[in-house]
Design a protein around this ligand. Structure first.
Ligand SMILES: [Zn+2]
Length: 465
């Protein structure tokens, strides 16, 4: 009998890992890292609840670290099978997994130097070498055609919006001549955005796993260009810096798109824009390579870059650490876009340490901020932020611009769910914090009258169609 076990993203937004078992075979959908509070991150270090060597295949919905960042760890403990992903997801993982390992090695080194951790010596969760090994096990699958893993398992991916390459997956389990359809939403994107396509509509499923990141709220309405122009102009007027912690994938490109548009319309002055994330720079290149995934119109290479929709007039793409440090010396108004998006690590920490104490500056929050992250603390009005073992005072203006989120808001989740022509036998809500999970469950029950379950961490359920 087929069975599903929730090894992550159950009652929380990170650590997506769903184990499906049927016919003596084991398939893992996503292999994400837990991120946020110390308690959650401790799970990345705990003994894995099953022997990774007994998993036959892994299929990925998209490249975000909370869906892929545990892969090197799983491989260290014995996973030897293939990791299936489409071309864009594969290429993004080349960048994201290497970066994740790099950040962890760096943090371990830094912690050793500053002695602010109880672990002696502080170790990275995995090394760059281990991330490289994980990438060796990737196998590319089609963007939208079904592929077969075994007589028991076949998978059909569909566009999910969200980020380049993101898919929701239709898994068909065949057992004793009977088919069970399990649908994994992955992370769902927004409708009507300038870069990515709308999430494709689902039609039917026996079992559904639906993300609930924003299950309790909608993103603020209002025009993105108007809001962004206001924020830029106010910061420039004060003579401050606009610092934006942004996920390197998609958020950074969306910001560049809107800023370029505002510059062209002369609604904001042309000030230096520092994209201080080697990864964001590489990801921006992938948008030109994977046109099957978005609607931007790039010019052909032989033409001038003047109409490149992501090319700002005074943009500085800083790859080297030296150039990154020099941004600290910039005293005139500027925009700094850097990762990580929740300020849990990366170069953004140096910029926050430098700009947070300056009341002329603005910290613009544009993406989801998990509980326990520095980004969340800023949104919650923290007066001090702990960075590199020191308490940094928060005097800068903190502005939340939810319009730029990569995740479907509550109404958008319900709009996607309304595509089902018949109720699933059971809908599992995952990838959300408790208020979001509860609120989305109530909305689904009252609007669609479905059987909705909020699974717990490590809980298993039979999948009987
Ligand atoms: Zn995601």
């Amino acid at each position: 009998m087929a069975k599903i076990t929730f090894l992550g993203a159950a009652g929380t937004v990170t650590g997506s890992k769903y184990l499906v078992e049927a016919g003596g075979k084991r398939l893992l959908v996503d292999c994400g890292l837990f991120e946020g509070s110390h308690q959650l991150e401790q799970r990345n270090w705990d003994k894995f609840s099953i022997d990774p060597a007994t998993i036959d295949w892994i299929v990925l919905t998209h490249a975000h670290i909370d869906h892929t960042g545990f892969l090197p760890r799983l491989i260290r403990y014995g996973y030897r099978g293939p990791i299936y992903a489409n071309a864009a997801t594969h290429e993004l993982c080349l960048l994201l997994l290497a970066d994740s390992a790099h950040l962890q090695e760096e943090e371990a080194r830094f912690a050793a130097k500053k002695k602010y951790t109880p672990y002696d010596p502080p170790l990275p969760l995995y090394t760059i070498e281990e991330a490289r090994q994980a990438l060796q096990q990737f196998r590319e699958v089609p963007r939208a055609d079904a592929f077969t893993l075994s007589p028991e398992f076949s998978v059909r991916p569909h566009h999910a919006g969200h980020i380049l390459g993101a898919s929701w997956l239709e898994l068909t389990i065949t057992e004793n001549g009977k088919q069970t359809l399990v649908l994994f939403s992955g992370d769902l994107g927004r409708y009507s955005t300038p870069i990515l396509d709308d999430p494709e509509s689902p039609a039917r499923a026996d079992f559904l796993l639906c993300e609930s990141t924003y299950g309790d709220r909608d993103h603020p309405g209002g025009s993105v260009p108007d809001t962004l122009a206001d924020i830029v102009n106010q910061t420039v007027k004060r003579g401050g810096a606009l610092v934006i912690p942004a996920f390197a994938v998609d958020r950074t490109q969306l910001l560049m798109y809107y800023l370029r548009e505002l510059e062209d319309q002369q609604r904001i002055p042309r000030i230096p824009v520092y994209v201080d994330s080697p990864m964001a720079i590489s990801v921006t290149g992938l948008y030109a390579a994977h046109r099957e995934d978005h609607k931007l119109q790039f010019l052909r290479e032989e033409q001038t870059g003047d109409h490149d929709p992501l090319n700002l007039h005074e943009v500085h793409m800083t790859r080297s650490v030296e150039d990154s440090k020099k941004i600290n010396d910039v005293v005139s108004p500027c925009i700094i876009i850097s990762a990580s998006g929740m300020a849990t690590g990366g170069r953004i920490l140096h910029h926050l340490a430098r700009r947070l104490p300056d009341s002329r500056s603005t910290i613009l929050i544009v993406g989801y901020q998990a509980e326990g992250s520095r980004g969340r603390a800023l949104l919650d009005g923290a007066k001090y932020l702990r960075i590199f073992g020191e308490e940094v005072p928060v005097r800068a203006n903190v502005v939340d611009m939810g319009q730029l989120s990569a995740h479907a808001g509550k109404s958008e989740l319900l709009r996607w769910l309304s595509g089902f022509q018949a109720p699933p036998k059971q809908a599992f809500l995952v990838h959300g914090e408790p208020p979001a999970l509860n609120s989305l469950r109530d909305a689904i029950v009252s609007q669609f009258h479905w059987n909705v379950t909020i699974p717990g961490y490590l809980q298993s359920f039979d999948l009987i169609a």
